[in-house]
Write a protein that binds this ligand. Structure first.
Ligand SMILES: Cc1cc2nc3c(=O)[nH]c(=O)nc-3n(C[C@H](O)[C@H](O)[C@H](O)COP(=O)(O)OP(=O)(O)OC[C@H]3O[C@@H](n4cnc5c(N)ncnc54)[C@H](O)[C@@H]3O)c2cc1C
Length: 406
């Protein structure tokens, strides 16, 4: 026999999922006067957010590869918006977030087309690449035969973004497992959501339930809307590669190699808990890499860096190589199509009192959160935090802390 709930909590809104989208949405709903809490099943950011490379994209990468769709105009305005938060001029105040780099580099290994003439061809970009003279290039890019440019796109340390957002709302974020939930129409029928906190169970009665669970939204949708799913979800898998080493074997580098019509590789730097530097290797390498096994992907990563960073010693035996797999979760706008493409913008669906959110990019999370809060009339006040005695879930461990290195 299942344990009956020991506590009943009444809320305006319950956010499910503590990645960047859920945490930012919680903040905006509280600011709009809604009594809101967030439940996370694991560690904060455990899905995509902790793996994100942390780049506040402004659309240039897509413009360079000729892929900039009309919806990417929204991306173009995001870096300025984030700056206001990072400077503490706008809520949520992200003044405590660690900015890893003030800029990325863009480079080509061919010299066919100029980076500068390609960028901005399709949209008025707020962040534009600035060409670098040979002597201005970082040493690791000195051997590139093609253009090298500096792109003023910030790179954030993802754990510190999660820590900062979570610290804004003590007593509103709990770690628990959502066991069941009834549908809600948001007006007259509240949802009764059962949440298990270890042995204890709690019944949360909420007018609105906001699904921010990333890939977890698929199961949550079936739970909250079993009869007619309001939207379908798609996964776009990645097989990320990583390389780790001491600072003198692995220099700081953040940026994209944009040969041809593709981002061949996106490299971002982080520091592991043992003090060594780690590069995450995304872009085309990680997309095509889905069809490769781990050994093959490590070999492909070496080959890719050998080709895209001619001056970098990939054979330095102080370097260790690792990989991990992760799915990006988005709304499937065309379920009948086999080939899945990224939606242009955030996708938000409201079905009665159920709201389903996918931001498509970390940089768009503030836009998603604002749109969710605009779905409702302002509340009458968020009130006291509903869980004053509960500590929040921990922050997820970055993938390089749990990887196997070879
Ligand atoms: C490798 C990689 C690199 C990326 N790099 C960038 C980048 O540089 N810049 C950029 O803008 N974007 C980037 N992205 C995209 C970005 O990471 C995502 O768009 C964004 O993090 C999605 O955040 P989210 O909060 O919606 O989902 P997630 O981060 O996946 O969070 C979902 C949360 O919900 C929780 N959850 C799931 N189910 C339940 C449940 N039933 N009950 C309770 N909790 C639940 C999960 O544990 C998780 O914490 C990258 C993505 C990947 C995979």
């Amino acid at each position: 026999m299942s344990t009956p709930p020991s506590k009943v909590i009444k809320l305006d809104a319950l956010v499910i999922g503590g990645g960047v989208t859920g945490l930012w949405t919680l903040d905006r709903l509280v600011a709009a006067g809604h009594d809101t809490a967030l439940v996370e099943q694991d560690a904060l950011g455990q899905g995509q957010t902790i793996c994100a490379q942390g780049i506040l994209h402004g659309g240039t990468k897509y413009s360079l590869s000729g892929l900039l769709a009309p919806g990417a105009r929204q991306v173009a305005e995001m870096p300025d918006r984030w700056k206001e938060h990072l400077e503490g001029a706008n809520a949520p105040d992200l003044g405590q977030v660690r900015v890893r780099s003030e800029a990325c580099h863009l480079w080509r290994t061919d010299s066919m087309k100029s980076i500068i003439s390609m960028a901005g061809a399709k949209v008025a970009l707020q962040v534009k690449p600035e060409p670098l003279q040979k002597h201005e290039r970082p040493a690791v890019l000195a051997g590139c035969p093609g253009d090298v440019a500096r792109l003023p796109e910030l790179v954030l340390e993802m754990p510190s973004l999660l820590e900062t957002l979570a610290a804004l709302h003590p007593g509103r974020i709990i770690r628990g497992r959502v066991e069941s939930g009834t549908p809600t129409d948001g007006e007259h029928h509240r949802s009764a959501v059962t949440v298990a906190l270890g042995e204890e169970k709690m019944l949360i009665s909420a007018r609105y339930v906001i699904l921010c669970g990333g890939t977890g939204n698929e199961d949550l949708l079936r739970m909250f809307s079993p009869d007619s799913l309001p939207v379908a979800m798609q996964r776009r898998p990645l097989h990320m590669a990583m390389v780790k080493g001491a600072d003198d074997a692995l220099p700081e580098l953040n940026g994209h190699c944009v040969d041809g019509a593709k981002t061949r590789v996106t490299i971002t730097s982080s520091t592991a808990s043992d003090g060594e530097r780690v590069w995450q290797l995304g872009g085309e390498l990680s997309e095509i890499g889905c069809g490769r096994g781990e050994d093959e992907q490590r070999a492909a990563a070496r080959a890719c860096l050998r080709a895209t960073l001619p001056g970098f010693d990939v054979d330095d035996d102080r370097l260790k190589w690792g990989t991990y797999r992760i799915d990006r979760a988005e709304q499937d706008k065309h379920p009948a199509r086999k080939r899945k493409s990224r939606p242009d913008d955030v996708t938000i669906t409201k079905a009665g009192g159920l709201v389903i959110v996918w931001p498509t990019k970390m940089v768009l999370a503030p836009r998603a959160a604002r749109q969710v809060s605009h779905l409702f009339e302002p509340g009458t006040g968020a009130g006291a935090p509903p869980f004053p005695d509960q500590s929040p879930p921990p922050i997820a461990k970055p993938p390089w802390e749990t990887a196997t290195w070879h």
